[in-house]
Design a protein around this ligand. Structure first.
Ligand SMILES: [Mn+2]
Length: 363
């Protein structure tokens, strides 16, 4: 039997430039989680650690950083560590992968088609391929010789088997599955995706943005007598969560804040990244100012982002009565002739009213 941990897409060194959160702290967390993964491989005495590409961000990584990677991996001297570079850490002549001497137990796959590394004492062959630039369209399987079915065979590769984007090494999952591998460890898609018991994307162990909601972690697996068992293990220190809250115009500001605080347990609020979109109606007195709301919630949340998609709930009849002789009254009467159940008409009504009411206040 062999056991393994499959990870990838760590994106160590990522800048998080467009994010509002503390990017320096998040970068530290990526390092820490990488270290936790390697520690787990040591503690659980797995045979293999597979890293399926995008281990680091080449554009921002330094020699000091790659030495830090080596230092962390050096703690797992009894684990066979295999790396297939991806589009963010491509293996070319300038690559940091070439700037240091790696321990004996670390294998970085080459870039000239699918390579094989044998582990005779484990009766295992691991195949892999590294990207050499940021976009790969050619087929690395062109000269692939096939596998020896007497052995345990594993493939480690970074590429797109889901949408098969032609720039990002499109992988044909049916073809891959037909090759007879006992396990195919994929990288590139950041959402953990188990395609079959023998083929999976581990996903990014630490999610990197609100595009990566839900659980993130690693895959642990074992292969025995041609049978493969894999488990997804949630492992991230934080998760990204998106919620919608529908308001109906009857809520006070304080009640809206309370509603937002109730989207999760106190413990989770203090830990995760939340993006809350407010929809529906608010009374004219309770117009949302997202930045104020974020400040008022900041003591309850580790990170909170408010997106305001509410509309002000005007009392049309009252407004029409109050302003019957001026443009506001004319506008309401004109709009009432239209179908106000139609979303576009309603939006026009609210936007128009908002502009007119603001004008009134401005006077
Ligand atoms: Mn990636």
């Amino acid at each position: 039997m062999i056991t393994f941990i499959h990870t990838g897409d760590l994106h160590l060194g990522l800048q998080f430039r467009s994010m509002k959160f503390d990017s320096n702290n998040r970068r530290y967390e990526l390092w820490h989680t990488f270290e936790r993964i390697v520690n787990m491989a040591v503690e659980e005495e797995v045979d293999f650690l597979f890293i399926a590409g995008d281990l680091f961000e080449e554009s921002y990584f330094t020699l000091k950083d790659i030495r830090r990677v080596k230092g962390i991996l050096s703690k797992a001297e009894k684990v066979e560590i295999l790396i297939a570079a991806g589009n963010h850490d491509p293996l070319n002549k300038n690559s940091l992968y070439y700037s240091i001497k790696w321990p004996e137990n670390v294998t970085i796959f080459g870039t000239a088609g699918i390579e094989k590394k044998e582990f005779p004492h484990k009766n295992t062959a691991v195949f892999g391929y590294s990207w050499y630039k940021g976009e790969i369209e050619e087929d690395p399987f062109i000269n692939f010789q096939g596998i020896d079915k007497e052995k345990i065979n594993i493939l480690l590769i970074h590429g797109d088997a889901l949408t098969r984007d032609e720039k990002y090494l499109p992988l044909d999952s049916k073809y891959l599955q037909s090759l007879g591998f006992d396990y195919i460890a994929l990288g590139h898609i950041h959402q953990p995706t188990i395609i079959s018991e023998k083929m999976a994307y581990c996903g990014s162990p630490e999610p990197l943005s609100f595009k990566e909601t839900g659980d993130h972690g690693i895959i642990k697996g074992a292969i025995e007598n041609k049978k493969t068992n894999i488990d997804f293990i949630p492992f991230s220190s934080r998760t990204f969560k998106e919620e919608n809250i529908i308001l109906d115009g009857s809520f006070s500001y304080g009640q809206i804040l309370d509603k937002i605080r109730k989207i999760d347990s106190k413990e989770h609020l203090g830990k995760n990244f939340y993006r809350v979109t407010l929809k529906g109606l608010v009374s004219p007195e309770e117009r949302i100012v997202a930045s104020h709301m974020e400040k008022d919630l900041s003591s309850d949340f580790y990170y909170i982002e408010i997106i305001d998609e509410t509309r002000v709930d005007y009392d049309l009849d009252a407004l029409e009565g109050e302003y019957k002789d001026n443009i506001i009254g004319y506008f309401i009467r004109e709009m009432k002739k239209r179908d106000l159940d139609d979303e576009i008409n309603r939006q026009a009504l609210y936007l128009g009213l908002e502009a007119l009411m603001k004008g009134r206040v401005g006077l």
